[in-house]
Design a binder for this molecule. Structure first.
Ligand SMILES: [Fe+2]
Ligand SMILES: [Fe+2]
Length: 287
């Protein structure tokens, strides 16, 4: 597969802000992905939308992005902290856009917080998404959006555990643990390296890396940016992930959003300069 000349990821919504820059934070994730293809064409992708859309639209304005200029909306998975801003984004945009997601986008989803179950699924019906201008492209298979840009589709559990702590779904037999088959990532191939942009990382780090190398044919892992869902992970699991990533010699790892405050120092201590702290407004240039 051909690679990109360059790519840049700008975090439009994260749990935290980093500077006195007027940006807003909310528990959730969204990023703008600018890419330049080998033929010089450029494209702009919105990856996730945060929880309410208010920080998303405000931060787009501050950071110089307009809702109408995006070519694709890609949704990492159905959780509302990634998809709750879809309605506000589509309304602000006012014209159709392809919405790339796993076919299980509309399945109900639950989370256990403080011993109580909360509904955290995708907040729009298929009809409402369509009427707002969302043109759903649902794929459980890997999908090449552009040369060097691949939507992962469903991520097989061939390489390691999934990260699904406290995540459930209702079934006719009752509430069961949700293995989050709908959790996907965006693979960006720059030269011989692949970078992974992930929303919550429910599919598991080892699985995302293995799948990204397979679907792009890249020889090396360039890096991982986004949520790694390590809030409730054991110290051993954090060290295992840090060691796994370090063994791949990535140029850049930035654990955002649900990576959580406890895993960050572990990742930093093992990955050293390759690990970057980030938050709303962070820019990552991929080369
Ligand atoms: Fe999340
Ligand atoms: Fe999630």
């Amino acid at each position: 597969m051909a690679g990109l000349r360059w790519a840049r990821v700008t975090v439009l919504n994260d749990n935290t802000t980093l500077f006195i820059d007027g940006l807003l934070a909310e528990y959730g994730f969204a990023a703008a992905v600018e890419v330049e293809l080998e033929n010089g064409d450029r494209s702009l992708i919105l990856y996730d939308t945060g929880q309410t859309g208010r920080p998303l639209l405000h931060n787009m304005d501050v950071l110089g992005f307009r809702p109408g200029e995006f070519d694709y909306l890609v949704l990492s998975h159905r959780h509302v902290d990634h998809t709750g801003g879809v309605k506000a984004f589509l309304e602000a945009r006012g014209k159709p856009i392809p919405v790339v997601a796993h076919p299980a986008l509309f399945e109900p989803s639950l989370a256990m917080v403080g011993g109580r179950l909360y509904e955290i699924g995708f907040p729009l019906s298929p009809e409402r998404l369509q009427s707002l201008g969302g043109r759903l492209v649902a794929s459980a298979r890997p999908l090449q959006l552009l040369p060097g840009v691949v939507f992962s589709g469903e991520v097989p559990s061939k390489w390691g555990p999934r990260h699904t702590k406290l995540v459930y779904k209702p079934t006719p037999e009752g509430v069961v643990e949700d293995e989050m088959r709908d959790d996907t990532f965006l693979a960006l191939r720059v030269g011989g390296r692949v970078y992974i942009l992930t929303g919550c990382g429910h599919a598991g780090v080892e699985n995302m890396v293995g799948h990204a190398l397979e679907v792009t044919g890249a020889e090396e892992l360039g890096g991982v940016i986004g949520g790694l869902h390590l809030f409730g992970a054991s110290r051993e699991r954090m060290e295992e992930i840090a060691g796994f990533l370090a063994s791949r010699k990535p140029r850049l790892v930035a654990g955002l959003h649900c990576t959580g405050p406890f895993a960050q120092p572990v990742l930093k201590s093992v990955l050293g300069d390759a690990y970057r702290y980030g938050g709303t407004g962070s820019r990552f240039d991929l080369a």
